[in-house]
Design a protein around this ligand. Structure first.
Ligand code: CA
Ligand code: CA
Length: 145
């Protein structure tokens, strides 16, 4: 069984948290990354559960985006709340997923996650620009299951 600590080094984790911070600098949207060992149900169902557990369905503009990774299953899901889903279609999520996937396939997990954050950040900043009274509704740290 692989180790969650081996999946990303602490330096890589810091880089991911920094990428979230930078992405959220331009948007009210909230991006989170959740990693866990394995998922014994459907990954999409599990990602939805995590979305609720992390209270990501509670943002004011319903513009939370979750990148969920099940390390042992070698699978991931990028998932957005209703506010953002009403604007961007499946094409956006599919192309973002493909970008992440191409990095993952080469073993570049940190870069795949960061690419996902950058893509989500771009679309969020376009549709949900940050205003001066914005606050950080959801922690930027990586959560682990
Ligand atoms: Ca915010
Ligand atoms: Ca945040």
């Amino acid at each position: 069984m692989s180790n969650l600590e081996d999946f990303l080094t602490s330096k890589e984790e810091e880089e991911i948290v920094e990428a979230i911070r930078i992405a959220e600098y331009d948007t009210s949207g909230e991006i989170r990354v959740h990693i866990e060992h394995n998922c014994d149900t459907d990954v999409y169902e599990r990602a939805l559960d995590v979305f609720h557990i992390l209270k990501m369905d509670n943002t004011k503009a319903q513009n939370g985006v979750l990148i969920y990774v099940a390390v042992d299953n070698k699978s991931f899901v990028i998932f957005g709340d209703q506010g953002i889903n009403n604007i961007v279609g499946a094409d956006f999520w599919n192309s973002t997923r493909d970008k992440i996937n191409s990095q993952f396939k080469s073993g570049y997990f940190k870069q795949g996650i960061i690419d996902g954050i950058i893509e989500a950040g771009k679309v969020l900043s376009k549709h949900f620009p940050r205003n001066h009274c914005d606050n950080d509704e959801l922690d930027n740290t990586i959560s682990k299951g």
